[in-house]
Structure formats: structure tokens, C-alpha cells
Design a binder for this molecule. Sequence first.
Ligand code: PHE
Length: 486
Amino acid sequence: MGELSNPERRMLRALQTREGNWTLEEILAACNWTDQAIATGAGHGLSNKGLVNIKESSSIEIKLGQQGEKAAQEGLLEKRIWEWIQSQTSPGMKDLSNAFERHEAGPGVGLLKGLGVNIDGGKFVCENPENISNAIEERTTFIQTLQGTEEIIEHFKGRKGLIESVVVVNRNWSITKAGTAIEDSKLNEVVQIAEITPEILQGEAWKDAEFRPYDVALEASMPRSGRSHPMQALIERIRSIFLEMGFSEIVEDYVQTAGWNMDALFIPQDHPAREMQDTFYLDEPNQIPLNPQLMKQWKEIHEHGGKTESKGWGGKFDEEISQKGLLRTHTTVNTIQYLAENPIEPCRVFAIDRVFRKESIDRTHLPEFHQIEGIIMEPGANLGMLVTTLKTFYQKMGYPEVRVRPAYFPYTEPSLEVEVKWRGKWLELGGAGIFRPEVTEPLGIKDPVCAWGMGLERLAMLVLGLDDIRQLYISDLEWLRNQPIL
Ligand code: PHE
């Protein structure tokens, strides 16, 4: 049968006082324990020895999700829209999209249609408003009390983030015949050694002592401790990979000029990506003065190619545009400035930093995200070196399959797109290339420069297995707790 451990002795002694089922609470009280892991552990051991029976049942408990908590306070979306519909005279789709934001109006109409609201000539109509009010009332009661029919639970399960179901395991313990037969004298708790120390080994006492056995298969409660956000952990990991590969990190401000963000990179001043709808230009500072000498060089390059063999873009270069303040749209703005300040000394530099673009938020886009930027400047730096460096990086991240494809950026030639294989598919993670003479010449750079800029959030989606980029930033505690430690 094997020796009984102290908790097993204590639990068996308690169970001997009466037959029948014991709940966890009863056992904790009878044994004077507070830690339920001790009770389940002892129960497990006793059951293995045939001294108790365990009856296990699991049930599903419903909790509010993050959206659910919001809905419980502010009202379900259908309720808010329905109340709005009732307060209007002859409301239609147009009025709705004025009264509610797009991300609410769209799904809201879907919900109301499901409840029996129709759209006729752009206007909302319904046959039986009372039914709709009742159904909404029932849903509201559910979201506030979590009490409702099977049907309503199914309904909420189908909606994103409103409720979560967690499985709870219930156990009952009862003593067996063999358990009752164990003599009381065998149930005295003995001194057990749980941890072997040098002091114990130096003495004699260990010879007669009992050692507490370990059972690594037992269920234990999950310790919850503070830890880094998965994005922060990922950044740390990327940082250590580049440091290990001999790169130094640079950190710079995200308020920049159009001059450095674009002109220095030979992006033509009439390039579509410069438009207001793609770039966040600033009111404050609206203009940031730049060195006139520097702008003169950019002007020459842009208008007719400066001292390079290039013909430039032609047209008229505008210094006003160069000095516009903006939120950087890529971190290449920082590596290029690093090169401008250090044009001679060979270097390997990287940055992991925030960039901004006017993107509408969806499953794969955010207006604020991070790039992993880097450059290698040295005599003889070439495309092979660039590709190997990127491959090595992704390999160290755990993605051994990397390929590059030809691409276009105004500031590199040749230009590459970097793709990584994930679950059988090739995913585009960034751009790379060798800086063009139009970029390096005005800054006095003589050696070739390999450069790249890759999306951090995209990579995070792979590492964490996400299909929605927004998950990274919604502070969903349950999700955060369950993330792997990177
Ligand atoms: N800046 C580019 C982007 O934002 C990436 C890139 C960096 C491409 C350096 C080539 C060289 O997508």
C-alpha cells in the first residue's frame, strides 16, 4: 500500500468520522487546511491506495468577458440602438450612421435584423416592437445577472467577447472499506523531511526520518505573478538577438521632419504616401527648422540627381515641405540620421520603435505600431550579407524558412520584400535593400549600406498565434495571464 503522507493521514482520519460524500469545503474545514491543493493532493494519494473514492464532475461556469462588462454597464448595443430608434421619428440607416460610430452601427443593424427589424427604403420598420423590446429586455437581464435560458447562453456565446465559459471541476470524496479499516494508530502524523539540507545530512536524524514523497503528476494551482507584457517580452528578445549579432541600439524621438522622414530617403515630394490621409502631420510643431545647407543638397538630388549619375525626380523641390513636422511613418528616419552623423565609421545599428500611419483599424492594421529597423554599413556590404543577416535573425526567432522577393522602395536599389513561412504560408514581414546613391551621396557616405525595416506586430502575431492584431493592445487580463513566457 505504501506509506501514507501526513496530509493523507490527516484526511483519512477526518473521513473515518463519517461515511458518505465529502465536499472540498468540508474536508478543508475538518482538516484545518486552507490550501485546496493539499486536499486534492491527499485525496488523490488516498484514492491511489484504494482508501477513498473520488467522484469527479465538471460543470461550465459563465463569466462576463471584457465586452460583456462594458455592456452590463452601458447597455447592450442592440438596446442602445433600439432605444435610439424608438426616440426618433422615422429613423433610417443614414441617421443611424450619424448617431453611432461605424464599428457599432454595422453590427448593431445585424443584431436588430436578427430581432425582427427590417429596412424598407432605407428606413427601419418592424411589425411587432413589443417582441423586440421583450427580447432585448431578456438579453439585458442575462448580461446583468448571468441568469438565462440555454438558448440565450448560446446566443451570447456566438457574440465576440461578451461572455466566457470556464470549466470548473467538482470533486467529492468518500471513504472505502479499506479506508475505514486502517487503524487509528497508523494515522498519527510523523515528522517528515520535505527539504533536505546540509544540516540534516550532517546529523544522524535523517536515518530514521520519513521523507515526504513528491508526486509531480498532481494538479496544482497556477501561481500568478507579475510578468512582462508579451509585446515587451518580445521586444526584449529581439533586442538580445541583435545585440548578440553585434548590433548597437539607437532610440530616437518620433516627432520628425518630412525632410528626414522622406526627402533624405529620396521619396519624391509628390509621392502619394506623403498625403495627409496617410501621414500624421503635426500642428504643433508645424514646422521644424532644418539646416539650409542640408536642404540645398536634397534639393539638388531631387531636382536633378546632384553629383550622382541619377537624373533626380525633376520638378521643384520645396524647403517648406521638408520642414513640416510629422509623426515618423517609419524608423528608417532614425537610421538615416545616424548615418548622417556617422558617415565614415563602419557600423551595425538597430532600432525597435513606434511608428504612425493613418490606417483604419482592423484585424491586421493599427495606426500606431512598431518597426524593427536596422543597417549595416561597411566596405563590401552587399545583398548576400543583408539576406543572411535577416535569415539569421528569423532563424533565432524560431522561423527557419525565410525568402526574399524583389520589391520597390524609392530609397533602396535593389529592394527586397522579406517573407517568412508560417503554418505552410509565406507571410510578408518587411522590406529591405541597399541604400541608393541619391540617399548616401549627399550625406558623404562612401561604403554600401544594407537596410531593413520589419513589422513587429506582424511578428508578434506569428509568435503568439493571433489572427487579430488588436488583441495585443486590449489589456485582456485573462488572455495576458495565459500567454506563454517568451
Ligand atoms: N521603411 C520601409 C517600410 O516602412 C522598410 C524598409 C527599410 C525598406 C529599409 C528598405 C530599407 O516599410
